[in-house]
Design a protein around this ligand. Structure first.
Ligand SMILES: *[C@@H]1O[C@H](CO)[C@@H](O)[C@H](O)[C@H]1NC(C)=O
Length: 316
């Protein structure tokens, strides 16, 4: 057995590919803002961590900020290419925001998307829901699980929400109805609700938080815990930004979840970081394992044999 072959098996057997899904309130993201070098640099490095990122509070009216950001991201990150999917501008007045998905198109694909039909106008910015398939069903890369033509999560639905601080409780209760409708619409139990929910501190007391249906109904896993700090300022400690998982399959793939303290990682002062956002991104990492599809035990034995017995590997 050749080492490259063994390596291929290693990918398949331990082929738990990490897949990271993120949400980030990028605080009033405009063209002028992304055009600043330090902002662009940091945003690109934040985006490149994620296989799917939902950017919120994009308020660019020029329509050029996201294409510019995408271009720089694809220049920076060789593991792309990334694609984007933007919602229409959403809001009740002249103040509007856009939700924008950035996703690695060779690792996942968008099957469909729509703006939630908010008949009673509960949401200031209606969820822009999207159905993804993981990994992508597109043409496979040699040795990756995709080349087997199997989707680990054939239907993963993302439901982003940026609540308005004035109506957090109302919007989060309505988010449960959104969950019911979209999971029925796509016949998918694997759903991730995510974004700046403003679900803490003055915007939502712990008592009210615990009464939400998304907390009391079974099956929802708040992977960004109540004690987390998703704010940049040292003077604030609030878990505004959240990720909530639903669905056995989705949950079984959960690896880690956390707020990403980008100022510390990128060695930015608080003041510098606040030029990017007053929020941290939140991230959840899934392990997309295909092991059960390729007889892992026998492959593991083969692999061990090949590694332990160099004489069996004449070509190595
Ligand atoms: C924040 O951005 C402004 C505008 O570009 C700039 O003048 C200022 O120096 C930046 N602050 C820090 C600490 O980088």
């Amino acid at each position: 057995m050749h080492y490259p072959t063994a390596f291929l098996f290693l990918i398949l057997v331990n082929g738990a590919q990490a897949f990271r899904i993120c949400a980030f309130n990028a605080q009033r993201l405009t063209l002028a803002k992304v055009a600043r070098e330090q902002v662009m640099d940091t945003l690109v490095r934040i985006l490149a961590r994620c296989d799917i990122m939902v950017l919120q509070e994009v308020v660019d009216s020029s329509g050029s900020a996201i294409p510019l950001l995408l271009r720089e991201l694809n220049r920076f990150d060789a593991s792309g290419p990334y694609s984007t999917l933007s919602s229409p501008q959403l809001g009740r007045s002249t103040y509007v925001e856009t939700y924008v998905y950035f996703y690695r198109s060779h690792k996942t694909q968008v099957l469909s998307s729509y703006v939630y039909d908010d008949e009673d106008d509960v949401f200031a910015r209606e969820p822009f829901v999207a159905q993804f398939s993981l990994p992508s069903d597109g043409p496979g890369v040699h040795g990756s699980p995709r080349s087997l033509g199997l989707a680990v999560l054939p239907s993963l639905v993302l439901v982003p929400l940026h609540t308005t601080p004035k109506a957090v409780e109302k919007e989060l209760n309505a988010l449960y109805d959104v969950f019911l409708k979209v999971s029925q619409h796509w016949q998918s139990k694997d759903v991730i609700l995510l974004g700046d929910f403003n679900a803490d501190c003055a915007s939502l007391t712990k008592k009210r938080l615990d009464k939400l249906e998304l907390r009391t109904e079974p099956g929802f896993h708040w992977v960004i815990a109540d004690g987390e700090d998703t704010t940049v300022r040292a003077s604030t400690h609030c878990a505004y930004d959240r990720i909530v998982l639903h669905g056995e399959r989705c949950r079984s793939l959960l690896h880690t979840a956390a707020a990403f303290d980008f100022p510390t990682t990128f060695q930015l002062t608080e003041e510098e970081a606040l030029n990017i956002s007053d929020h941290y991104p939140v991230e959840v990492e899934l392990k997309l394992s295909q092991a059960h599809n390729v007889q892992p035990l026998s492959l593991t034995v083969l692999l061990l044999l090949s590694l332990l017995s160099p004489q069996l590997c004449p070509a190595a």
